[in-house]
Design a binder for this molecule. Structure first.
Ligand code: SF4
Ligand code: SF4
Length: 169
């Protein structure tokens, strides 16, 4: 009969030998493979007691930075939101009032700033786009949650603590 493809494999239908019928050589071969793995370097770790080191290029949770005087660096320019391929960043700009120079570094600041971590792909484009060194991706792994709302990180969640407040304590 003509073959439909050249991938057909001939099946050996010759009768099994005594050792094949006893299965013992096959069992010994299988055990040999198992025992061989005992002496190999383990591919797994005992998490959470043991943790693997992060890759040097790991990108985790974002922070919004302050300057050396504790003022917010973000000027709500929107470049991070523009660079974000996942459209995860939204913000609302506001104008700084006289007397607020210690709070906001520039004349404009982000009254609202949100990152939807369910959309974020941790590409780091927002960090690269920021002209004010305001947004950074840290080595903190995103905590899990059952509530979708908890993944919308607001400005209060992202902004680092004011170092000036620590000094005054
Ligand atoms: S890391 Fe990438 S996806 Fe996440 S907010 Fe920044 S630009 Fe958007
Ligand atoms: S984080 Fe940086 S890029 Fe984004 S709005 Fe603020 S200043 Fe602009």
């Amino acid at each position: 009969m003509q073959k439909l493809t050249d991938k057909a494999v001939e099946i050996d239908r010759s009768p099994m030998t005594f050792s094949e019928r006893a299965y013992l050589p096959a069992i010994a071969k299988g055990l040999g493979t198992t025992i061989g793995h005992i002496f190999k370097k383990k591919a797994t770790v005992r998490y959470p007691e043991q943790k693997r080191p992060f890759s040097p290029v790991f990108r985790g949770l974002h922070i919004l930075n302050r300057d050396e005087n504790g003022a917010e660096r973000c000027t709500a320019c929107g470049l991070c939101a523009l660079a974000c391929p996942a459209e995860a960043i939204t913000m609302e700009a506001a104008e700084r009032k006289p007397g607020e120079e210690n709070l906001y570094r520039e004349e404009k600041y982000a009254a609202k700033y949100e990152i939807n971590m369910l959309r974020c792909i941790f590409c780091g484009y927002c960090e690269e786009a920021c002209p004010k060194d305001a947004v950074y991706l840290t080595e903190t792994v995103m905590p899990t949650n059952y509530n979708r709302e908890a993944f919308i990180y607001k400005k209060e969640d992202l902004l680092i603590a004011n170092p000036k407040n620590k000094e005054s304590k």
